[in-house]
Design a binder for this molecule. Sequence first.
Ligand code: KIV
Ligand code: ZN
Length: 512
Amino acid sequence: MERKIIFFDTTLRDGEQTPGVHLSVKQKADVARALEKLGVDVIEAGFPASSSGDFEAVSTISANVKNATVCALARACEADVDAAAEALRGAVRPRIHVFIATSDIHLEKKLGMTRDEALAAVGKTVSYAASKGAEVQFSAEDATRSDRGFLAEVLRAAVRSGAKIINIPDTVGYTTPEEFSDLFRYLKDTVPELRDVTMSAHCHDDLGLAVSNSLSAVMAGADQVECTVNGIGERAGNAALEEIAMILSVRGAGLGLTHGLNTKEIIPTSRMISDITGIHPSPNKAVVGANAFTHESGIHQHGIIRDRETYEIIDPRDVGLNESTITLGKLSGRHAFAERAALLGYALNDEAIKAAFQRFKEIADKKETMTDEDVRAIISEYLDGLEGKFRIGSFQIQSGNKIKAMALITLSSADGEITEAAPGDGPVDASFNAINKIAEPFMKSDGVALVSYGITAVTEGTDALGEAKVKIRAGGALYTGRGVSTDIIKASIKAYLNAVNKRISAAESASE
Ligand code: KIV
Ligand code: ZN
């Protein structure tokens, strides 16, 4: 019989630790809905003790999710466990995920703790978490750089104190496939108690081995893999959910492994995560990259036409890549637009469809045909625009080769309108300066720095939609923003404001 591998998705927790990524509570709730549709077994919804925003996101997701287990992270201390338990109160299947580092370098340099103190904290906190009525998962952070004997001792204490899932993180992406499977075998041999709990692997991709290491752990007996959509996460990211899912789909029968995911939701979920985070997979990324199913050479194209399997081991339809046959344009109706939005993976209510469709019509009037990329850009921008304190009221730009560029911008918010003018080195710089003058008092940071700015055409042609992306640094953190328009200055202003709004929301939730 095939062994079913449990998918523990941490896009909303470890994935949200990607530099520049900050999701609102509403965006997190949308992602959780998509993850449930994708069929993940566990959704790690956040780290409630870390901020009021994370607490609220975990509570909201707990109330909404019906099938998956909802998990909340907690350091090995009672206050964190209290916050996690409280945030998970509405969950049908709650899980508290207690973690502490076990490597000497983390204990000494980060926690300032001895091994004995860490061991005592594990026993105490895991049993406290177990008393809360949720199932308890324990993770030994930096397990792969920990002394094996001490790691075994800690895991024994965690199981004896009530942990039912034991996770072995390769926190810094240091291990190799053989070493990792050997560690799993060592732990199971040394700590017989581990045979009665679910073993889990959590791999980071610093050496590009996260997926291989996860698979290796599974082959050595791990039943749960922790991963993120598109592999997003700290530094080089986490093991990519879609890659592990497709390894199990394509090669699972031979390996004696199966899973419960609906793989047709992979592409819609991946695109949703790219849109919301602004982090797009590289074109050659396995399964979800733009080129993953594109055949360039004549020989390959010829083969594919004769028989798809000559050069494709995955049927693109199995991961939800559906070619649309109907072209949308200015004569298309709301119904066709709503259908296309659903096909592209967006679950929009009537109000959202109405608003996004109006924007679609405005742009379709200026463009001949609207591609899926255009529709996606319009909807993502609409969804981004729902968030944040400020909206664009109006803008006027003066620019030329003989005058200094000047921008006059009005931003509106629930408190009214604010107008500021500013000069700059070109129209985009002047616009950003004017926005800074308005927004800086709300950003609670010592200034704001533009880290990157770029503009690309969403599709080809002079009538293409321009998509601007910016990254700013404020208050020590990075924020990304995106804006779409047929007018590139407007796209740039929208993108900058989107990033600024994210900073303002983060500053507001930090001071709550
Ligand atoms: O990478 C890591 O060690 C983690 C733990 C909190 C599980 O993310
Ligand atoms: Zn991690």
